[in-house]
Write a protein that binds this ligand. Structure first.
Ligand SMILES: C[S@@+](CC[C@H](N)C(=O)[O-])C[C@H]1O[C@@H](n2cnc3c(N)ncnc32)[C@H](O)[C@@H]1O
Length: 210
């Protein structure tokens, strides 16, 4: 992991999101109501500065949390299908949408005060490369905010997640065994906060460049 972009896997994941984009909000609805909405609020409470980049904005599930803030925000995603659904609300809020790959961000160095992503780095083929790109575009005093599902700390569960991972990657392009805390550090960040949200499966991270 980390180095060159795996173009084949990246294309596979993008096509997969394009395919499910119409159904995405419906499929996610139970988790959204039960957990995600609350966790998104917690993440947005940690947002700082005016220049904000959201990676993997998808259909725009976070957009309601931008309302009422004075921001210059950009949302990036590589799936045109997902972006299509985010477009009306993003336009209304004055948020610019950009189609691009998290592993090769189309932005100059040190542009953003906060970069955030929710449930994205499980499907970025090279998460360390993506996180390193975030580090590059963040201002030195900037913040990274992440909500992610990760490899659980429980050994029995971790064993199962590791066994099932090859299947989930092959079928849907999603990794269920990412060691995200390690990846964040490998990309050159210090972790300021790490909150367990659902056992140790879902986590909220706040990090800043070393
Ligand atoms: C599980 S969805 C999450 C969407 C949204 N963040 C949310 O919280 O509902 C993952 C999103 O990340 C995007 N994504 C995955 N890998 C990406 C990459 N390498 N570059 C840009 N976007 C990516 C997908 O297209 C998809 O919209």
């Amino acid at each position: 992991m980390s180095g060159q972009i795996n173009k084949e896997q990246t294309r596979f994941v993008r096509e997969r999101y394009n395919r499910i984009s119409r159904l995405y909000n419906v499929l996610e609805w139970p988790m959204e109501i039960a957990f995600y909405r609350r966790w998104r609020r917690k993440l947005f409470a940690r947002l700082q500065g005016r220049r904000v980049l959201e990676i993997g904005i998808g259909t725009g599930k976070n957009l309601p949390f931008y309302r009422g803030r004075t921001l210059k925000a950009v949302g990036l995603d590589f799936s045109e299908g997902m972006l299509y659904h985010a477009l009306p609300r993003a336009r209304e809020l004055g948020i610019l949408l950009v189609q691009g790959d998290a592993q090769l961000l189309p932005f100059k160095d040190h542009q953003f005060d906060t970069v955030l992503a929710t449930f994205v780095f499980c499907s970025v083929p090279d998460p360390v490369l993506g996180l390193s790109e975030i580090r590059r575009v963040l201002k030195p005093e900037g913040r990274l905010l992440l909500l992610e599902h990760v490899l659980p700390e429980n050994r029995f569960l971790a064993e199962w997640f590791n066994r099932l991972n090859a299947y989930t990657v092959r079928r849907i392009g999603v990794n269920i065994n990412r060691t995200t805390a390690q990846n964040i550090r490998r990309a050159g960040f210090d972790i300021l906060e790490e909150h367990n949200l659902l056992s140790t499966i879902f986590k909220l991270f706040v990090a800043h460049p070393q």
